[in-house]
Design a protein around this ligand. Sequence first.
Ligand code: KMH
Ligand code: ZN
Length: 303
Amino acid sequence: MGRKVVITCAVTGSIYTPTMSPHLPVTGSEIARASIDAAEAGAAIIHLHARDPENGKPSADLAHFYGFIPRIHQACDAVLNISTGGSSVMSLDERLAPARAIKPEMCSLNMGSMNFGIFTLKKRYKDWKHEWEPALLDATKHTTFRNTYEDIETILSELGQGDGARFEFECYDLGHIETLAFYLRQGLVKPPLYVQFVLGVMGGVGASPENLMAMKASADRLLGDNYQFSVLAAGAHQIPLATMGVILGGNVRVGLEDSLTVPPGRLAESNAEQVRAIRTVIEALGHEVATPEDVRSGLGLKG
Ligand code: KMH
Ligand code: ZN
């Protein structure tokens, strides 16, 4: 019954801002420390974005990535997954520059264009009512998160060929799973596909058990035996829906990129705290956490 469950930790992202939590890692050494601690707590995959240490804004500057990549490599053997989503206001070239240079074992690949709300909230976290409350968004700052077929195919061909990266296919809606199935039929992506079901981001499916069931049913029908899945849910839904993902036979993603809190609703003091929270659940359900080597052999990473 027991199996190995992969924990991904997405340590900083590009959505939340440092004004929202003092625990969000920003500098190279903070991102490195957060990643190493998350790996020691049980995360096999670390999903990475960079920030400008001067102002905390999402950054595509290679120098900022090199502020943490070597330190993480030196300290642990976690699989590094470099974001190709960057932030929704970056150009595709900016978004791809880090993965083009670093040539990681894994990178993200966002499976469709969508509306994407950007927080311009200046209030401190304690004044919030709900992490994704639309009223807190500045409508003039909404952007389109652009991931056209051409963009997706550029990423597949540039980063995925030969002994290139394997992908974390980020699916925010049922249509994104259909798109992935199209590429599977075309032979442009090769199994086993690592599909991240993303719930609770404004512009994608809401974070509900029904939506997770629908995504899993859709992926089962369209991708058959060719995929493994992981569950990411934004904000306070993170641990509950990840738990449901484990029960459904999947893997999980946690980290301050997706939620600043841990149950029962207080600020997480670190990424590792969220990893420990979901690890407790995984082990209570009779499973164990996968190691980076399990991920490398299971997904056929270049290592
Ligand atoms: N921030 C997540 C909801 C990426 O980095 O490519 C989506 C994400 C995108 O992780
Ligand atoms: Zn990301």
